[in-house]
Ligand binder design. Structure first.
Ligand SMILES: [Fe+2]
Ligand SMILES: [Fe+2]
Length: 375
């Protein structure tokens, strides 16, 4: 899956708030209405494109054996028979109260868009580099297969609520962010690993608290997250095949930036949607803290530096972003004329930019100190 993230300039100039959901017509599970896509904000999942020629020309020899082994795992297609809907889904949507239903549909939409974003990028990569880089192309094709399955499965669950995302429309109408290959590595590696930790954490929590399992889709999360974990391992191996992407000053700065962007975006978005986590019996902050710590720890296996998440200043900074975001949402919902809204929002945008800069400048931790054994 591919999640949204905050580029540095966007933090100061854009709104960190979550998108208001347009009231969509609701159909029935057998004839779901097409849902208007959520408005694009900094917190909604993005679509990516990259420099395909540079990808095609990539020399894999420094880590070819590991990539070949990962490709062999992909070929086994462990989850070929996993994503099959069963009778548990029948009528499950009707059991949710209206408020839970609303936040749950938002969750499904966001997840479906993220998964689909991964599908599009991987599919296009596999297609465009097929001739020149067959091993890499094959890996991307297998990952596209997995993400298509994930997105389709989520979209079927949306249909249980009488809604459906028009993925063809999204493909042609959503804006694409262009990242050079290295940034694609950092962003997708983090998306996959954070996706793994998000899914497995929810799965384990619901295993312990079955009364909070509000929808049968969560039963599928354990095998599902193994797909994301394998995708993350693929990017780990790919970065090791391109050692420059994870060594040197530039790499250290960019890894810091991407870690911060991904963590901050997720934290702000999840706290703003804490009702969804409450419906599962989870506290959004506690959940995010765990996911961030785990992803940070995992990232130390390949990134040259990771963030100092043990420093209380890190969490204080994230909380200030949450407060700025709340103030921005409030200004937006105020019904004031647009110029007045803008004036009200400016200081909070500036504060967000400053906060992100302060967080970025916090001393990182060298990975070899963090996880000497695995490196
Ligand atoms: Fe996925
Ligand atoms: Fe994935």
């Amino acid at each position: 899956m591919i999640r949204a993230m905050v580029p540095p300039a966007a933090t100061a100039s854009s709104n960190l708030q979550s998108s208001p959901q347009a009231p969509a017509p609701v159909g029935t599970p057998s004839a779901p209405a097409v849902k208007d896509p959520a408005k694009d904000t900094i917190l909604t999942p993005r679509f990516y494109t990259t420099d395909f020629d540079a990808m095609a020309a990539m020399d894999l020899r420094p880590n070819e054996a590991e990539l070949e082994a990962i490709c062999e795992e992909f070929r086994k297609d462990y989850n070929r028979h996993h994503f099959v809907r069963n009778a548990e889904f029948d009528g499950a949507a009707d059991k949710l109260d209206p408020e839970t239903r609303k936040v749950f549909v938002e969750f499904l939409e966001q997840s479906c868009t993220s998964e689909f974003s991964g599908f599009l990028l991987y599919k296009e990569l596999s297609r465009r580099i097929k001739e020149k880089n067959p091993l890499l192309a094959e890996c991307f094709a297998h990952m596209a297969r997995d993400e298509a399955r994930h997105a389709g499965f989520l979209n079927k669950s949306m249909a249980d609520f009488g809604l459906q995302l028009d993925l063809g429309f999204l493909t042609s109408h959503k804006a694409y962010t262009h990242f050079k290959p290295e940034y694609i590595f950092y962003a997708t590696y983090l998306s996959e690993k954070i996706g793994y930790w998000r899914y497995i954490t929810i799965f384990r929590h619901l295993e312990q608290n079955p009364e909070s399992k509000i929808f049968p889709i969560f039963n599928f999360f354990e095998n599902w997250c193994q797909d994301e974990n394998r995708h993350g391992d693929f990017f780990d191996a790919l970065m090791k095949a391109q050692p420059k992407s994870v060594t040197g000053l530039r790499a250290r700065l960019w890894c810091r930036f991407f870690l911060l962007a991904v963590f901050a975006t997720m934290y702000v978005r999840d706290v703003a949607r804490k009702e969804f986590y409450e419906a599962l019996g989870l506290d959004a902050r506690t959940y995010d803290e765990l996911v961030i710590r785990k992803t940070n720890e995992t990232s130390a296996r390949v990134f040259p530096v990771v963030l100092d998440v043990e420093n209380p200043r890190f969490w204080e900074g994230l909380e200030r972003l949450v407060r700025n975001n709340a103030a921005l949402s409030e200004a937006d919902d105020s019904g004031a004329p647009a110029p007045l809204k803008l004036i009200r929002k400016l200081p909070h945008w500036a504060a967000n930019g400053l906060e992100m800069a302060k967080l970025f400048l916090m001393a990182p931790i060298r990975s070899e100190r963090f996880q000497p054994a695995v490196r």
